[in-house]
Design a protein around this ligand. Structure first.
Ligand code: MRU
Length: 374
C-alpha cells in the first residue's frame, strides 16, 4: 500500500493533494463546498478517473452538510450539485458512476425517512452521504489492491514494463490501477523495470508517475512519448500496461491521449498490451468507443507550461485529452473481479455480473495465480 493520499476527508472538509504542484511541493487544497470541489476537478488539482469519482462523491456530501446550516432542507440543491459535478470532465465514467451511487443513496434516504425537511433530517442525510462517500473511497483502494494481485500474475519475472500517464495512488483513492499492478508486482519481489512515458502535453508521466515510482524505489527511466517505438524495436519493452477512463461494452478503451499510438506500436512488435481498470470504469451503456465523449482541453496546456510559452502566440491548437484504443489491440483487461479476454462484450459483462458464466463465450480468469516472491 502506498502512503500517498490523493484525497482525504477531515470531518467537515475535503482535502486534495494539489497535483499541479507535484513533484516539487506537496500541498493540500481544502474544499468546503461543492463549488470548490468542481473547480478542483476542472483545474486538475485532482485528476485520474477513480480519484475524480471519489472527489465528486464528497462534493455531494459537502452540499448536504451545508444544508444542516440552512433553515430549510432543499433537496433540489443536491440535484443541482450533481449536474455541476457531472459537467466537470466528460470522459471518465467513474465520475458519473460515483454520482449515480450517491443519487441512489439520496433516493433511499427519502424513501426510508419520508420527505426530510427539518434540520435533524438534514443532518441524517448528510451523515449518510458522508459515510457513503467514505465507503466508495475505501472500496476503490480495496479494488485496486485486488486488481494488483490479478495483474501481477500476468507479469513475467524481471519484465520491462512501459506505462503511460499516471494511474497510481494519485489517480485513484490509493494504490492505483495500472501502476497498482506495477506496485503489487514489485512488492511481490519481482525485479521489474518501468519505462515511464512523459505523457505530453500535461506531463502526468514525467511529473506524477516518475515521482510515485521514485518515492517507492521502483526502478524506472523516464522517456518522451516519441521514444516508445524505438525501445520496442530494440526489444527493450516486454509489455505495456495502462489505465482507462471509460471502457465501452465492446472493450474499446478511452484513456490518456497517446495510448492508441502505444497500442498500435505494441501490436506491431507483438508485445502484450494490458489495460487495468476497476469495473466502475466499465460503461455497459456505451456500445462502442466511438460513442465515448472526448474532452478537449485548453490550448495553453499544449503551447507551454506555466509562464513558459514555446509556441507562437495565437497559434491554432487541438488538444484532445483522451483517445480510444480499439478492443482488438487489447490483450487483456484486468479488473478487481478478474481478467477479461476477447471477445470483451461477453467477458466484461460476465465480470460485471450482467450475464451468467454459462452465457459467457470468452475467457475470464477470476482467481489470480499469485507468484511467490523471490
Ligand atoms: O487527464 P487525466 O490526468 O485525468 O487522465 C488520467 C488518465 O488518462 C488515466 O490513465 C486514467 O484516468 C486511469 S487512472 C487510474
Amino acid at each position: 500500500m502506498s502512503t500517498i493520499e490523493s484525497l482525504r476527508w477531515n470531518g467537515a472538509r475535503l482535502e486534495l493533494l494539489d497535483q499541479r504542484e507535484l513533484p516539487h511541493q506537496q500541498i493540500y487544497v481544502r474544499c468546503s463546498n461543492e463549488h470548490e470541489v468542481a473547480r478542483a476537478i476542472t483545474d486538475m488539482v485532482i485528476r485520474g478517473a477513480p480519484a475524480i469519482g471519489c472527489a465528486a462523491a464528497y462534493g455531494i456530501a459537502l452540499a448536504a452538510l451545508d444544508q444542516v446550516r440552512q433553515p430549510h432542507l432543499q433537496i433540489s440543491r443536491l440535484a443541482t450539485t450533481d449536474a455541476l459535478l457531472r459537467a466537470t470532465r466528460p470522459t471518465a465514467v467513474n465520475l458519473a458512476w460515483a454520482l449515480d451511487q450517491m443519487a441512489a443513496q439520496i433516493t433511499r434516504y427519502r424513501t426510508e425517512a419520508g420527505e426530510p425537511a427539518d434540520v435533524g433530517a438534514a443532518q441524517g442525510l448528510a451523515n449518510r452521504l458522508i459515510a457513503f462517500a467514505a465507503h466508495l473511497h475505501a472500496q476503490d483502494i480495496t479494488s485496486n489492491q485486488i486488481m494488483g494481485q490479478h495483474g501481477a500474475a500476468l507479469i513475467p519475472r524481471g519484465a520491462r514494463i512501459l506505462t503511460h500517464c499516471n494511474t497510481g495512488a494519485l489517480a485513484t483513492a490509493g494504490h492505483g490501477t495500472a501502476l497498482g499492478v506495477v506496485r503489487s508486482t514489485w512488492q511481490q519481489g519481482n525485479p521489474i523495470h518501468v519505462w515511464v512515458c512523459e505523457t505530453r502535453p500535461y506531463l502526468q508521466g514525467a511529473r506524477l508517475t516518475a515521482w510515485e515510482l521514485l518515492t517507492e524505489g521502483i526502478p524506472m527511466q523516464l522517456i518522451s512519448d516519441t521514444m516508445a517505438g524505438h525501445f520496442m524495436q530494440r526489444g527493450e519493452v516486454d509489455l505495456v500496461i495502462v489505465g482507462a477512463d471509460r471502457i465501452a461494452a465492446n472493450g474499446d478503451v478511452a484513456n490518456k491521449i497517446g495510448t492508441y499510438t502505444l497500442a498500435v506500436l505494441a501490436a506491431r512488435h507483438q508485445i502484450p498490451f494490458y489495460v487495468a481498470a476497476p469495473l466502475s470504469t466499465y460503461d455497459a451503456a456505451t456500445a462502442h468507443g466511438a460513442d465515448i465523449p472526448i474532452e478537449e482541453r485548453a490550448a495553453h496546456e499544449l503551447t507551454g507550461y506555466r509562464d513558459q510559452v514555446w509556441a507562437p502566440h495565437d497559434v491554432a491548437v487541438r488538444n484532445p485529452a483522451f483517445d480510444v484504443t480499439p478492443a482488438e489491440l487489447v490483450s487483456a483487461i484486468i479488473t478487481e473481479s478478474g481478467v477479461a479476454r476477447a471477445p470483451y462484450r461477453d467477458s466484461l459483462a460476465a465480470l460485471a455480473g450482467n450475464i451468467t458464466p454459462d452465457e459467457c463465450r470468452s475467457v475470464v480468469s477470476t482467481r489470480p495465480n499469485v507468484p511467490t516472491a523471490a
